[in-house]
Design a protein. Structure first.
Length: 185
């Protein structure tokens, strides 16, 4: 099996569990390319050669995962999400076991689940373009907006950071949307 692992070492609490996963995944004769992201990584550049692999493993938090999933959209390459962020909401929605050896066994056996991926984009009141990537798996919907709505509150708090971000703005502005989808308003 040819595997590409892309790991964000800045995600989460700095666990080395991805290396335990790699050891459990690889068998004699397998090949693995292990890439680490940097602060301003380009998702499309990291996955440019993804079609050369039998499996792509994305290790990071929700932001890393969604940006790389979006860059891999339409490739039909099996992807394993390895939860190494603080909250790992996308991973939790998939319902997979978080243990490295269990994930490695699932990858070796070819167990997969389909995920719908979508993009929502808009202009804010200053004309700045914002977007969010949404994914729908077996257990629910996850969305990750690139405008940092929860990330400043999330750092070091895991899932509690999302609640802290919501509590920080108990009376959000009411916003009206006009939605155009496939030419229909």
């Amino acid at each position: 099996m040819r595997t590409l692992i892309i790991h964000n070492p800045k995600s989460g609490f700095g666990s080395d569990a991805i290396f335990e996963f790699e050891r459990a995944l690889l068998h004699p004769g397998d090949s693995c390319t292990f890439l680490m992201t940097d602060e301003d990584f380009s998702a499309s550049e990291l996955v440019a050669n993804a079609r050369d692999y039998d499996l792509v493993v994305i290790s990071g938090g929700d932001g890393t995962v969604t940006s790389l999933l979006y860059a891999l959209r339409g490739t039909e390459i099996p992807i394993c999400i390895f939860p190494s962020g603080t909250a790992n909401l996308f991973f939790s929605n998939l319902g997979d076991a978080p243990e490295p050896a269990a994930l490695a066994r699932a990858c070796r056996s070819g167990e997969t689940a389909s995920v719908d991926l979508g993009e929502i984009s808009w202009l804010d009141e200053h004309g700045e373009h914002l977007n969010a990537v949404c994914a729908h798996g077996r257990y629910g919907l996850f969305d990750s907006a690139d405008h940092g709505s929860s990330h400043s509150q999330q750092d070091g708090h895991g899932r509690g950071g999302y609640f802290a971000a919501a509590i920080a703005n108990p009376r959000p502005d009411v916003i009206r949307f006009v939605i155009d989808v496939d030419g229909e308003r």
